[in-house]
Design a protein around this ligand. Structure first.
Ligand code: SF4
Length: 221
């Protein structure tokens, strides 16, 4: 757990938004979940700091603001023009539902369906918003996490929903476990279990990993 803050994950109270980059509010978590798609967190940080300064870190303000104002705040992230539109669409959905609290405190399936209907919001983004901004027990089933589990030796099902159910069945059903497993697994992919040439000597999972055992046995470490 000690290494997680170096990668902007902050284990704390299970209901806190701070897990996600140390952010102050669930709305900021949802906004940055959209911004972080295919973008480095450092660039997302610049964008949300600009949004905070411009007081555009709440959906009610995003709804009222112009597309140009949002674009100018989030220029540090990839695809900022289309992400500005996504934030406006998400803000429309939130305000239509009656505001953030009403939007996020509904049945998780209802929110998920609505999020997935929006342009550019896929399963992992929707489920990240549900778990980290809404504290709903839904696991964002990243393919990066599937890669780690496959290498360890799990027979990981193909397809997003099947993999999500597979992880959820294996975890204790509580927010802390879901958030910790998600954050730790993603950090593992950054520290050691890279897509090519995993650095197994650095990995805290090496003692249970089939790939590592194979490499040791084959003398290819
Ligand atoms: S030991 Fe190597 S292959 Fe296994 S999870 Fe760690 S980095 Fe990945």
């Amino acid at each position: 757990m000690k290494v997680l803050p170096s990668f902007d994950w902050y284990p704390c109270d299970a209901h806190s938004p701070k897990w996600w980059g140390g952010l102050e509010s669930p709305e900021e978590v949802a906004i940055t979940a959209v911004l972080v798609q295919q973008t480095r967190w450092e660039n997302v940080r610049k964008a949300y700091e600009n949004l905070r300064v411009a007081r555009l870190n709440r959906f009610v303000a995003i709804k009222k603001s112009s597309l140009c104002s949002i674009k100018s705040c989030i220029k540090s992230v990839g695809m900022y023009a289309s992400k500005s539109k996504r934030l406006k669409e998400l803000a429309d959905a939130v305000i239509k539902a009656g505001g953030w609290k009403t939007f996020i405190n509904r049945d998780a399936r209802e929110i998920r369906t609505e999020l997935l209907r929006l342009n550019g919001i896929g399963y992992e983004t929707a489920d990240s918003i549900l778990l980290f901004a809404g504290n709903h027990l839904i696991f964002p089933a990243s393919r990066l996490i599937a890669r780690v589990l496959e290498r360890i030796g799990f027979n990981v099902p193909k397809g997003y929903e099947a993999f999500r159910r597979f992880v959820e069945l294996g975890l204790p059903r509580d927010l802390f476990s879901y958030k910790l497993f998600y954050a730790s697994s993603l950090v593992t992919t950054k520290v050691a279990c890279h897509s090519s040439e995993p650095e197994c000597q650095k990995c805290y999972l090496s003692n249970i990993c089939r790939t590592f055992a194979y490499k040791q046995a084959s003398n290819i470490l």
